[in-house]
Design a protein. Structure first.
Length: 502
C-alpha cells in the first residue's frame, strides 16, 4: 500500500518536453498540493529512492526539488526519519477557501471605505493612448517624431558617464539650481517675468503643482473660480481639497470676471489659462488681466496662472504672462516641459511670490522630493546650450504647417459636417458639430474605431456650449493628414453621421 503522500505523488505528471526543468516541475506540483491542503502537515513522503524509481527521475533532481521545498518551509526533514510535509502550511485551507480570501476588488468596496475626497477621482481615466495608433488626434500629444533625441542622448550621457554624488542623491528640494537659473532667464525673455532662481521650484509636471497649491492654499469649502469650459485635471485636484468650484463662463476676453464678482466675490483662488484659454483658445485681454489682478489684491485671493503651451503661438500677439503684470504678489505661475519637450519627462515649474517659497517647499518635502537630478541636469544643459529655443522655433513652424494641412483636409473631406475653427495658439483645433449631435457619444464611438479625440462637453461644467470635438494636430505629420482624415471620415460614415449631415 502506498502512503497518502505516495498516492498523491504518483499523480504527479511531468512534461519532459517542457522548457521548465524537471526539478522545478516537481517542486511546483508538490507545493501546489501542500497549499491546496491535499497533502496535510506531518505526512511523510516516500524516500527519494522510491520516488526516483516511480517518477523515473534522478535522485539529484528530486533532492533539488526537496531542498527548495525545505528552504521555504513546505517540507521538513529529520535525520533518520525521512521527509515530512511541514506544519507551517497546514492551515492554509483548500483552493476554494483560498479563492474566497482574495482581497476584494475596488468595485466591491463601498464608497464609505474610501476617503470622502476620493469620490472626486471616480471616473477619471488613467489609461493612455497607444502611440502606435496612427489615427489619434488627442490634443496633448506632441510631435515625438521631431524631438532631437541625438542631442538629448549626448547631453544625458555627459552626466551618466561622470555621475556626481549630487546626481545620485536626493538633490536640491527646490530643484537643480542650474535648471532654476535657466528657467528664470527663459521666462524673463519669453514671458516678461522678472524673478530670481530662488522663486522657481521644479515639480513633477504642472499637475503636481496644482495638487500642491490646492493643499497649501485651500481650506475645505473655500470657493474657487474655475474657467468653464476649463482644464479638467486641475479642477479635480482643487476639488479634492474640498474646494467649492464656481464655474465662470468664457467670453471673447477670457474668464468672465463680472459673473465671479456677482456670484462669489470673495473666492479664495482663481485658476486660469490667460495666454490660451484651455480648451477654447481665447487670449485674455489686457483689461481683463488687470481687473483680475486688482480683484485678487482687493480680496487677498490667489491666482494660479497655467501657462502650459504659450510657446506655440502662430498668429496674434503673445501678451506677457499675468505674473509679469502683478505688483501685488498674488499670481503663482505654473509652466511645464510636457508640451515643449515631452510629457514623460515629468518636469514642470512653479514661480512663486516670495512669501510662498518656504511653505511650498516644506509641503513638497512631505509629498515628494525633487524630480530625478539626471533629467533636470539634461534639461538645464538643453536650455543653456541653445537647443531649447531652437527646438521651440522648429516646433512652432512644424505645428503651424501641421495645423494648416489638417484643416485643409478636414475642410475638403468633412467640410459639410464640421465647422472648423483654426487656432492662433496651442496644439488642437475645435471642430464644431451639427448642433443636434452629442459630442461625447461621437468621441466614444470614434474611440471604438481607434480614432481618438476629446468632446468639448467633457470640459464644460454649467455653461453648455454647442457640440464640438477637440482635434489635436501636433502629432499628425503633413504627409499623413489626408489618410488620417480619410480614416476619420470613414468611421463617421460607418457610424451613420455623414448621411445626416448632407
Ligand atoms: C491646460 C493644461 N495645463 C497643464 C498641462 C500639463 O500637465 P503636466 O505638466 O502635468 O503634464 C496640461 C496637459 O495636458 C494641460 O492640458
Amino acid at each position: 500500500m502506498k502512503s497518502p503522500a505516495g498516492l498523491l505523488l504518483s499523480a504527479i505528471e511531468l512534461d519532459r518536453a517542457s522548457t521548465i526543468p524537471l526539478y522545478r516541475q516537481l517542486y511546483l506540483q508538490i507545493r501546489k498540493q501542500i497549499l491546496s491542503g491535499k497533502m496535510q502537515g506531518g505526512v511523510r513522503l516516500p524516500s527519494t529512492r522510491t520516488l526516483s524509481q516511480e517518477l523515473a527521475l534522478s535522485r539529484i533532481t528530486i533532492l533539488n526539488a526537496f531542498d527548495q521545498l525545505i528552504a521555504e518551509g513546505f517540507l521538513a526533514s529529520r535525520t533518520g526519519a525521512g521527509t515530512y510535509v511541514g506544519n507551517e502550511w497546514e492551515r492554509r485551507g483548500t483552493a476554494d477557501e483560498e479563492q474566497q480570501r482574495q482581497p476584494p476588488r475596488l468595485s466591491d468596496l463601498s464608497q464609505s471605505m474610501l476617503s470622502l475626497r476620493s469620490r472626486h477621482f471616480r471616473g477619471v481615466s488613467y489609461t493612455d493612448w497607444d502611440p502606435a495608433t496612427p489615427t489619434s488626434f488627442l490634443p496633448s500629444h506632441s510631435s515625438y517624431d521631431a524631438f532631437p533625441l541625438a542631442v538629448w542622448r549626448r547631453l544625458m550621457n555627459r552626466h551618466l558617464l561622470k555621475p556626481t554624488k549630487a546626481m545620485l542623491g536626493y538633490g536640491e528640494l527646490q530643484g537643480l539650481q542650474a535648471l532654476r537659473v535657466a528657467i528664470a532667464e527663459y521666462v524673463f525673455d519669453a514671458r516678461g517675468i522678472d524673478c530670481s532662481a530662488e522663486q522657481v521650484v521644479i515639480v513633477s509636471g504642472a499637475q503636481q503643482a496644482f495638487n500642491l497649491l490646492g493643499m497649501l492654499l485651500l481650506n475645505p469649502q473655500d470657493s474657487v473660480w474655475m474657467e468653464d469650459p476649463g482644464h479638467i485635471a486641475a479642477r479635480i485636484a482643487l476639488q479634492a481639497q474640498g474646494a467649492q468650484v464656481i464655474p465662470l463662463r468664457i467670453d471673447e476676453q477670457g474668464i468672465d470676471l463680472r459673473q465671479g464678482l456677482a456670484e462669489c466675490p470673495d473666492a479664495r483662488l482663481v485658476f486660469t489659462t490667460p495666454s490660451r484659454q484651455h480648451p477654447l483658445g481665447v487670449t485674455m485681454s489686457y483689461a481683463r488681466r488687470q481687473a483680475l489682478i486688482d480683484w485678487a489684491a482687493q480680496y487677498q485671493s490667489w491666482i494660479i496662472e497655467d501657462d502650459c503651451d504659450s510657446e506655440f503661438r502662430y498668429s496674434g500677439r503673445l501678451l506677457p504672462a499675468l505674473y509679469a503684470m502683478d505688483r501685488m504678489a498674488r499670481v503663482i505661475y505654473v509652466g511645464t516641459f510636457s508640451k515643449v519637450l515631452f510629457p514623460s519627462l515629468r518636469l514642470g515649474y512653479v514661480i512663486l511670490p516670495q512669501a510662498l517659497i518656504e511653505p511650498f517647499c516644506t509641503l513638497r518635502a512631505v509629498m515628494d522630493r525633487s524630480p530625478p537630478t539626471l533629467l533636470q541636469a539634461t534639461t538645464a544643459d538643453f536650455m543653456r546650450e541653445g537647443h531649447f529655443l531652437g527646438h521651440i522655433r522648429r516646433m512652432r513652424a512644424l505645428y503651424q504647417a501641421r495645423q494648416q494641412a489638417l484643416v485643409e483636409q478636414l475642410q475638403r473631406q468633412l467640410g459639410g459636417f464640421f465647422n472648423i475653427t483654426p487656432v492662433d495658439a496651442g496644439m488642437h483645433l475645435i471642430a464644431w458639430l451639427p448642433p443636434t449631435l452629442d459630442d461625447d457619444a461621437i468621441a466614444r464611438e470614434l474611440a471604438r474605431h481607434n480614432i481618438h479625440t476629446y468632446a468639448l462637453s467633457d470640459y464644460c461644467l454649467e455653461h453648455a456650449l454647442p457640440p464640438a470635438l477637440l482635434i489635436g494636430f501636433a502629432g499628425t505629420p503633413e504627409s499623413q493628414a489626408q489618410e488620417r482624415v480619410e480614416a476619420l471620415a470613414r468611421a463617421l460614415s460607418q457610424m451613420g453621421y455623414l448621411q445626416q449631415a448632407t
